[in-house]
Each structure stands twice: as C-alpha cells, then as structure tokens.
Design a protein around this ligand. Structure first.
Ligand SMILES: [Zn+2]
Length: 520
C-alpha cells in the first residue's frame, strides 16, 4: 500500500521535476546501476591507524556474491559490483591506504559508465589522516566520475556524521534505525527501493537535512531505551506519509573531532514542505530530549563493576569494557580488566578478548598444556595502557593457517583469557563456542563492548557497563579539547539553538518557495 501511494505521488512529482536525461531508455529496462564504497568508523582519539591490511576489500563478482547484498538481485536492473572496503572500527585511516582504495574504486566505477544509478553502502564516521569529512571527499569524487545525471543513494550507520558535501552530492540517504544495529538489511532495502523507484519514474527527489548540535555516545542513545526509543519509533510512520521516501535520524559519532560531528535528521522525498516540516520536528524533539539520554544499564568504574558482580548471586554477569570496544573505535589491546580481576582475586571469569599478537604467537609456540610467562596488553598502542605480566597456561589454540587469524585461550589464576592476533569483537555466542567456551558457565564474562548485541544481552544476568579508559572513553565531557567540533550539547551545556533545514544542492528547486524551504 505504501508503495502504491508513493508511486502515485512520485508520478505527479515526475511531471514537475523530470530528470535532465528524460529521453534515456524506457521505464523498467535498460538502466545501469552499480554499488560499492567504504565502511569504517574512526575515533580521532585513537593512536592506531587503519592500514591497507586492516581492510577486507571485495571486488567484482566476489562482492556480488556477498550474501548481505543478495536482496539487490530482486530489483528489475542488475546491480553491478564495484568495490567495497570494510574494516573493524579503529583509528584514523592511513592516508595512502585511503587514496589507493579511492583510486581503485573510481577506476572500477569508470569502467562501468554510463550509470543511471549508484548505491553507496557507507558508514559515515570515517576519518582519514589529513582529510576533514572523508565521506564527503569519497562521495564528491564519486559524483565527478558518474556525472550529474546519475542518481546516487547512500545507506549510513546510525552513528554516521553528515555534512553539506555529503548531502549535496547524493540524491537520497537512509540510515539504520536501531542501535544495536539489527536493521542493516531493511536499511539497504529502503535505500535501494528509493533509487529504483526514482529511476523507474525518472524523478529526482528532494533531500532536507537538519543538523542537530547534540553529540551522544551510542551507549547513551540505544534505541532500546528512552528517549531514543520514542524518537526513532516515529520514523516508520513518517516514512509512510505520501511524498516521503525516507525519514532518517542519526546520532552521529562523538569521537570524531570534526565540524560535521553532530546528530542529524534527514528526509528524502517529493514534497519539500512536508519533508521540511518533518525534519524540523525531529530536530526539535531530539534537542528537547538532549538531557534525557542516559546509559541503559548500570555503570561504574571497573573496580565497582567487579565488586558488584561478586556480590550478585546471579551469573553470568556481563561486564562491558566500554572504553576499549573495537566495534566503536576502541583499540582492543588493553589489559586493565585482567589486572583488576587478578587484584580482586576473581575466580571463574572470562575476558574475551585482548588483541595481542606477540602473546598469541608465544602461546602457539608453547603449545596446549604449556605454562609460560606472558606480557599481555598494550602492544598496539603502547602509550595507551600498561601491559600485565602473568604466568599463563595454554588451554586452547584455534586451528588456522593464517597467523593473523590466530586465537588462543589461556588461564591465569582462575581467569580465562582469550588472546587474538588481530583486533576483533566477541559479541556473539558463536565467537565463544568456536573457542569451546560457553559464556553461561562463567560467573563473570568481560567483553570489549558498549551496549550488548541481542545474543549476549539475552544471557547477561545482568549487564554492567564499566566506564573504562580507551580510544572511545564514555566520559565524553572530559575528552581532550577539540579543535574542530562545533558548539554542541553536552560540551556547551548552555547552548541556545533553534532548528533549521538545509535543502540539498541537487534537490529540484521550486522557483517561488525557496525562502520558506530554507527557513533559516
Ligand atoms: Zn553504529
């Protein structure tokens, strides 16, 4: 029903704003669409760099076969794979790696021209050494290659940052509506449904962006809890309004010292006045709720969380080592939790995991059953944390030919520790079971995470969030002084603000109502 309403509305709008290239091909056939991009979330407060070897790069048919993109096969035109580079969140991207990836992406894109449409599955919080607004750089370079007539749709993470450059170079955008992110596929479909509908009807939509000067960590803005729960719950209803193709609300990424780091409301559709109304309403509501954002679970220092876990008669108590969470940009090499568990003389605890390649390799050399002295932690960012010296027994070694994939389970005075050669999260049960560990059997389970993903959240009895130090320290009010961030809450607690809407440069510009649309 929604689709029919949209089609009628879009057909009307198409009469008003036909694409420049209205003579090209007919409806429903002959269109050329491609997809690809780059996805990483980068804390500017991290001292490590994302280098080429940290990216998984899928090209051509390898990308087309990725099950995540299987829904693209249902569209009436083939979606041609370009290149997709993805990496575990972390520090800024090494400039040379970025330039090489961008060059190859653009080169492959050129080979697919002419294109009627392009889908960019991005994250939105990439930071590249020496470049402000890295997604803006990637998207504007892409626009130059595909030309002005190609429609570009983008999907963003809920924690992506928008900018004028991003908005002005795409035609439509959709962001995740859940944190934890359980709607990745739905977001892909929304982004691509819009594109295909606009191509079918040869209509260029309007995009209206309302930046909101509020920055919250994801851990204080999960859509499972208020106020995010009610703010995001409105989006499907807004999306169902005739003339709205997508309604998105983004938390933004707080650990990015960039002017574009803010929350955003962004609406795409064919009725500019309605889009503007909805964008301003969302922005105002978000602003009004700014003081309500709180952690959804009990928090404390590491020591407080361990004390509380020991007092509780339940298990497993899952403690989030939130400052070193590699899925939020943390380094993942810190061992303070191990030191603290040993200091508390905790028995029956598991830490999953600590990225430490030298210690992992030492365990592989020693073999299962061996006891050896180890220095654990601080190998990726020696300035960030202190290593812990222990005597460990090797319990398990994962079987792999690739040294970078090695993982080992060791035991240190009653504490089980997972060591990994590379940075990686342990957020799902299978991450444990592949190492023959059952988290339910432990009294305390420590994961390097912020909010828990549903599988681990289900077994947590309960979850406590340790506000630990790291590249994504949750104590955002005391982050190092920013150079580029615009005045925003909570950094400027007394900030006065009124919402305003920005119409993207590619939106069809109505001749008379321009002032009212800008509405500043
Ligand atoms: Zn996210």
């Amino acid at each position: 029903m929604r689709r029919r309403t949209f089609l009628k509305d879009a057909a009307r709008a198409a009469l008003a704003f036909p694409l420049a290239r209205s003579g090209v091909a007919g409806l429903l056939h002959g269109k050329r669409v491609a997809f690809g991009g780059i996805q990483i979330e980068c804390s500017t407060y991290s001292r490590i760099r994302a280098r080429m070897e940290d990216f998984i790069v899928q090209r051509g048919e390898d990308l087309a076969r990725d099950p995540f993109f299987a829904p693209l096969k249902a569209y009436p035109y083939p979606f041609l794979p370009v290149l997709l580079a993805t990496a575990v969140p972390g520090g800024p991207v090494d400039r040379q790696a970025y330039e090489e990836l961008k060059l190859e992406f653009l080169h492959r894109l050129k080979a697919l021209l002419p294109l009627d449409g392009l889908f960019l599955p991005l994250h939105g919080a990439m930071y590249v050494e020496g470049i402000q607004d890295a997604e803006g750089d990637w998207i504007s370079a892409t626009r130059e290659v595909v030309g002005k007539d190609c429609l570009i749709t983008a999907s963003f993470d809920l924690h992506g940052n928008l900018s004028r450059r991003v908005i002005d170079n795409v035609d439509m955008l959709s962001a995740y509506r859940t944190a934890p992110h359980i709607d990745r596929e739905e977001t892909l479909r929304r982004a691509c449904d819009m594109l295909v509908h606009c191509l079918n009807l040869q209509v260029r939509p309007t995009m209206i962006w309302a930046p909101i000067p509020v920055l919250m960590p994801g851990e204080r803005s999960s859509t499972l809890y208020e106020p995010a729960k009610r703010l995001w719950a409105q989006l499907p209803g807004m999306n169902a309004e005739p003339g709205v193709l997508d309604a998105s609300l983004l938390v933004g990424y707080v650990w990015a010292d960039e002017p574009r780091a803010t929350a955003s409301a962004v609406l795409t559709g064919t009725k500019p006045d309605l889009l503007r109304h909805d964008a301003l309403a969302l922005a105002q509501q978000y602003w009004d709720a700014r003081k309500e954002f709180k952690f959804g679970v009990p928090t404390g220092t590491l020591s407080e969380c361990i004390d509380q876990a020991q007092r509780l008669g339940t298990k497993p108590v899952v403690i989030s080592d939130s400052g070193d969470n590699p899925t939020g940009g943390g380094t993942g090499d810190r061992a303070e939790v191990l030191a603290e568990l040993l200091r508390h003389n905790v028995q029956n605890a598991v830490i999953a995991g600590i990225a430490d390649r030298p210690a992992t390799e030492a365990c592989y050399r020693a073999g299962v059953g061996a006891t050896l002295p180890l220095s654990i932690g601080g190998t990726l960012d020696p300035q960030g944390s202190q290593p812990v010296s222990v005597t460990a027994k090797v319990i398990f070694l994962s079987s792999t030919d690739n040294p970078a994939e090695r993982e080992t389970v060791i035991e240190v005075r009653g504490v089980t520790v997972v060591l990994t050669a590379r940075r990686r999260p342990f957020h799902e049960i299978r991450d444990f079971s592949s190492l023959r560990l059952d988290p339910a059997n432990f009294k305390i389970v420590v994961v390097k995470a912020g909010y828990l993903v549903p599988e681990i959240a289900k077994i947590a009895n309960p979850n406590l969030m340790a506000l630990t130090d790291g590249a994504i320290n949750q104590d955002i009010e005391h982050l190092p002084k920013s150079r580029y961030r615009v005045p925003s809450y909570p950094f400027d607690p007394d900030l006065q603000w009124k919402p305003f809407a920005i119409v993207s440069a590619r939106s069809p510009q109505p001749r008379r109502s321009k002032r009212s649309i800008h509405g500043e």
